[in-house]
Design a protein around this ligand. Structure first.
Ligand SMILES: [Zn+2]
Length: 148
């Protein structure tokens, strides 16, 4: 069975979808180092097999949307090691300091993209911080799709 590295059904509209379509046509994983040219943002910091960067296409209502990507291709949660988690935690804590994050969410989708709603199967953690409401207390709501 051919492995699905990119799930077009889960890609959002616009430029992001075009990029995912191009990647799909080439049959390559966009998060593996040899194909990472599609990414537009600088790498902010790395540790071990992981690096931190901004999402090129942040979710609506985010003040900050960062992604932590593994330098080796992993799709299953069971492939993550204690060292992976240590590196992810350290990079996340660095981001919390750097971006003065008071609160947000860290999440990772894993496995079959038909269930996760992810467009890229290569494991990546996401740090999502909602933007404050204009002239009001609180923040805007950020919706993170899973499945569907
Ligand atoms: Zn990959």
């Amino acid at each position: 069975m051919k492995k699905t590295v990119v799930n077009l059904r889960n890609a959002r509209k616009g430029e992001y979808r075009k990029v995912i379509e191009e990647i799909l046509a080439r049959g390559k994983c966009p998060f593996c180092p040899e194909n990472f040219k599609y990414h537009k943002k600088p790498i902010l910091r790395s540790q071990g097999q992981w690096f931190l960067t901004e999402n090129s296409w942040p979710y609506t209502n985010t003040r900050c949307h960062l992604i932590l990507i593994c330098k080796t291709h992993k799709e299953r949660f069971s492939e993550l090691t204690r060292t992976d988690f240590k590196n992810v935690v350290n990079l996340t804590n660095w981001a919390i300091e750097k971006y003065k994050i008071s609160g947000g969410a860290v999440f990772v989708r894993f496995g079959n993209t038909n269930f996760t709603g992810a467009s890229v199967a290569h494991l990546h953690f996401q740090i999502v911080v909602p933007k404050p409401k204009r002239n009001k207390k609180g923040t805007e709501r950020v919706t993170v799709p899973v499945g569907g």
